[in-house]
Write a protein that binds this ligand. Structure first.
Ligand code: BES
Ligand code: ZN
Length: 880
């Protein structure tokens, strides 16, 4: 068993002892022995520096040479270990260090620092990968101007790329090597450094900025996949335009490059001028990508592009401030996608993700504030809380200030902090100063972990025409935080009148209400609305205006009314989900007592009325028809979770709904054609979504007709969305027919790794008792590759995170498998391992037998002798 190193604390922040003005990097590329010469211009920055001690961090560094101001440094003047270079008597004046290191990209399976992916050299430096290339002040508040020279064999790497603008290139005389020099004039932290070299295909385009500058755009990918990059290029140009139109932010270099690589730990990375992407977020065509893939490509391209301002031009002072760039940039990419597609449907999708990923984190052992105050391993803090809750906090800020003042605050933030390494305090001060708002209480959203609960109670007095609404907030205890203060929450609302329209009221007292926003600031507040013409149905938290759990005593009849009438589409969806969730929770209890599930008439009525309402967009109707997931139900139950009972209850309820809706399903399914040629726009995607949701609901009956329809749907599909939807419906129903269709799908796409990931995921998520054995067998399948994170996540990640019954097998075999797998993978790729283990985060909510087995598996991992710091951190906190 290993013990952890000392943690990092926000309160311990100190300015760097030295600053770095310029960095020159010279790469002599070779697959197993790349030489890097880093020429770093340093300058003492604080009194601490004047005592002459300089410490540069490294990670597995092999030092080959060290010069100070051009002269080789005697060994007596420094100490070098793989993780630290110490100069005992650094000069008390500006000076230059020349550090020569030797790197083995081919052996780098961690995919941090400089590594190889399908024969291409590639770097990933965020958060702490640059120190695997050279010793450095590898922290985000050290901003330098970089010049990068790359030299490689022409045949091995005809393409040589780095940050900034290209300045020089040519052949190296007398050799078969060539070189390129890139210069990035914008000072940046080391985590934004990137270098790519290889034999790649490319598509090019250009964009003229609002001030008339021409920017060259390039997307690089594997040869032969160029045609699959066109949607990404289109999304990039739309992103550039949108950031100018909506935020007034213009691109700043002469060239913007995206490179798609197949081995990547994360989704994508915003390196200045040279974004590196997991190829699944670049490549898309109708035959291989689903509508969801297209939407993801669009959103991720936008996200990384938007970082050019919120992340790069204004970066983070330290990693505790990660949400400063990530939460804000997720908010920006969500807004972009809302403008490109349907705002209501995008909001529902984002809230679903928030509730599926962030709520369980916030309610479990890994809970932490949006701005953490302590960490062991920063790579484990790229979390749903920092990202998604971080985005919700920015959205609340906009709701509280209103759109115009929000924009004023953003403008001031950019004006004040361009070129800075900033903090959350800087961010909030910009909004406070631009608008005069007091954000002191609001700031608690950054420091208090846990999902707040709001309890709402309303009463209408007919005689007085008065509606009294009491809202109480509380925040559950989370690790290290027991006492919490009330927070400032914007509650967007409406009072729905008997005719289905929002009612006016004469006045309101008991709290600040501005337009359709209630500012909830106290632990409990009673708002008294006067002059209300009839008994209202309260529509609270419209658009999910705050990331909270709302408990409200409202009848099924009122929910049904809300589904039919609410002016806010999000709350129409929410009301249907609430009805469904109540029914699912009741059915789970019935299941445990051995009684069959039955669908409540109000639920059938609600779903049916939305299904039949042709004035609603199809994508929205599809969302309403999708029941809460098994994991959603488990979270709602919160304790003593039996995944088998939940799955059975959900399956039976789906059958009851399918039967209850009767031939309306077939009728609507039949009226939506699958024969149109594929277009990726939101409206076309929405029709496919509704048709595919209906197929899935039809198949809940498992009737011969339904099975025949699913098989035909699969056979006749002219695009991946429809093909995969049929396949998924068949596998999720665990029908015996699944084997043949899975094999056919594999055969058709056997040379396409990204499509095979879909196949691996389908195999891993079949809710059947032989799935674990199948997953184990697939680990040896030629289509699987143990060092590629996409393959690992598709097979093992999906099994652990998306197959509730089989991962949570009562015999504990699912947990044991994940533990064995993690111990093996941890030796090669700690970051990916740590992320897989997050699937254990809700182990305490399980019923006692499973809980004991999950704990045993976790303890076995924790006891392993050579655990990586990443995995040790996750396992330790999960068990705490
Ligand atoms: N800066 C991150 C990439 C990153 C994450 C690097 C973690 C190092 C560690 C990038 O901007 C990002 O957030 N990527 C997301 C996708 C995005 C659309 C939310 C990712 O990689 O998952
Ligand atoms: Zn990001």
């Amino acid at each position: 068993m290993k013990t952890e190193a000392a943690p990092f604390r926000l309160e311990d922040y100190r300015a760097p002892a030295f600053t770095i003005d310029t960095v020159g990097l010279d790469f002599q590329l070779a697959p197993s022995a790349t030489r890097v010469v880093a020429t770093i211009a340093l300058r003492p920055n604080t009194d601490e520096a004047r005592n002459g001690r300089l410490e540069l961090v490294g990670d597995e560094i092999v030092l080959k040479g060290l010069k100070l101001d051009g002269a080789t440094l005697p060994e007596s003047r420094y100490t070098a270990t793989p993780t630290l270079l110490t100069l005992h008597d650094a000069p008390n004046r500006p000076f230059t260090l020349e550090i020569e290191t030797l790197v083995d990209p081919a052996a780098n399976t961690k995919l941090m620092g400089l590594y190889r992916t399908s024969g291409t050299y590639c770097t990933q430096c965020e958060a702490e990968g640059f120190r695997r290339i050279t010793y450095f002040l590898d922290r985000p508040d050290v901003l330098a101007v970089y010049t990068t020279r790359i030299e490689a064999e022409k045949s091995d790497a005809p393409i040589l790329l780095a940050n900034g603008n290209p300045v020089e290139s040519g052949d190296v005389p007398g050799t078969d090597r060539h070189f390129a020099v890139w210069h990035d004039p914008f000072p940046k932290p080391s985590y934004l450094f990137a270098m790519v070299a290889g034999d790649l295909g490319v598509i090019t385009d250009s964009f003229t900025t609002s001030s008339g500058r021409e920017v060259e755009l390039r997307i690089y990918c594997e040869h032969g996949k160029e045609a699959r990059c066109t949607y990404a290029m289109d999304a990039l140009k739309r992103s550039m335009k949108w950031d100018e139109d909506v935020f007034g932010l213009e691109y700043d270099l002469d060239i913007f490059i995206i490179v798609a690589v197949s081995d990547f730990n994360m989704g994508a990375m915003e390196n200045k001028g040279l974004n590196v992407f997991n190829d699944k977020y670049v490549l898309a065509d109708p035959d291989t990508a689903t509508d969801a893939d297209y939407a993801n490509v669009e959103g991720v391209i936008a996200h990384e592009y938007f970082h050019n301002w919120t992340g790069n031009r204004i970066t983070c002072r330290d990693w505790f401030q990660l949400c400063l760039k990530e939460g804000l940039t997720v908010f920006r990419d969500q807004e972009f996608s809302s403008d490109m597609r349907s705002r209501a449907v995008k909001r529902i999708a984002d809230v679903r993700t928030l509730q599926a990923r962030q709520f369980p984190e916030d309610g479990g052992p890994l809970a932490h504030p949006v701005r953490p105050e302590i960490y062991h391993e920063i790579s484990n803090f790229y979390t749903p809380t920092v990202y998604e809750k971080g985005a919700e906090v920015v959205r609340m800020l906009k709701s509280i200030l209103g759109p115009d003042d929000f924009r004023n605050g953003m403008d001031l933030y950019v004006e004040r902090h361009d070129g800075d390494a900033a903090t959350i305090e800087d961010f909030l001060a910009s909004f406070a100063d631009a608008t005069g708002a007091d954000l002191t209480q609001f700031k608690l959203w950054y420091s208090q972990a846990g999902t707040p609960q709001i309890i709402a109670r309303g009463a209408y007095d007919e005689a007085d025409r008065t509606y009294r609404l009491t809202l109480s907030q509380s925040i559950p205890a989370t690790p290290g935080q027991s006492d919490k203060q009330p927070m400032h929450m914007p509650i967007r609302f409406g009072l729905i009148g008997p005719n289905g329209e929002d009612m006016e009221f004469a006045s309101v007292s008991g709290g600040r209400v501005e337009g359709d926003i209630i500012h909830l600031t106290e632990a409990s507040q009673t708002l008294v609305f006067e002059g209300v013409g009839g008994r209202p149905v309260p529509s609270l938290l419209r658009g999910f205006s705050a990331p909270v759990r709302l408990a409200i005593d409202i009848s099924a009849a009122d929910l049904l009314f809300q589904v039919r009438t609410d002016a806010d589409p999000f709350n129409r969806w929410q009301a249907a989900q609430t009805l469904a969730m109540r029914n699912l929770v009741a059915s789970t209890t019935e299941q445990i007592a051995g009684r069959p599930a039955k669908a409540e008439p109000a639920l059938i009525d609600a779903l049916g009325s939305v299904l039949d309402d042709e004035t609603l967009e199809p994508a929205f109707r599809a969302q309403v028809l999708q029941l809460p997931s098994e994991a959603d139900i488990a979270r709602e139950l919160g304790q003593n979770v039996d995944p088998d009972a939940i799955a059975a209850a959900r399956r039976e309820l789906r059958l009851a709904i399918s039967t209850g809706l009767g031939n309306r399903i077939e009728r609507h399914y039949g009226s939506l054609s699958g024969a149109e040629s594929f277009r990726p726009d939101a409206a076309s995607a929405g029709k496919r979504a509704l048709r595919n949701t209906l197929l899935d609901l039809l198949l809940a009956r498992r009737s011969p007709e339904a099975i025949a329809a699913a098989l035909a749907h699969f056979e006749t599909a002219n695009n991946m969305t429809d093909r995969l939807a049929a396949l998924s419906a068949i596998t999720q129903a665990a029908l015996p027919e699944r084997r043949a269709v899975l094999d056919a799908f594999h055969k058709r796409y056997q040379d396409d790794a990204l499509v095979l990931d879909k196949w691996l995921t389908l195999e891993a998520t079949v809710p059947a008792s032989d799935t674990l054995d199948r997953v184990k067998a697939l680990l040896k399948h030629p289509s699987y590759s143990p060092n590629n994170p996409n393959r690992v996540r598709a097979l093992v990640g999906s099994f652990a995170s998306a197959n509730q019954t089989q991962f949570n097998r009562v015999d504990g075999a699912g947990y044991d498998f994940l533990a064995d797998f993690a111990l093996e993978l941890d030796k090669r790729n700690p970051q990916t391992t740590a992320r897989l283990l997050v699937s254990f985060r809700s182990w305490r909510a399980l019923e006692p037998v499973r809980r004991a087995r999950a704990e045993a598996a976790l303890r076995r991992i924790a006891a392993a002798p050579d655990l990586s710091p990443d995995t040790l951190d996750i396992v330790t906190r999960t068990l705490a």
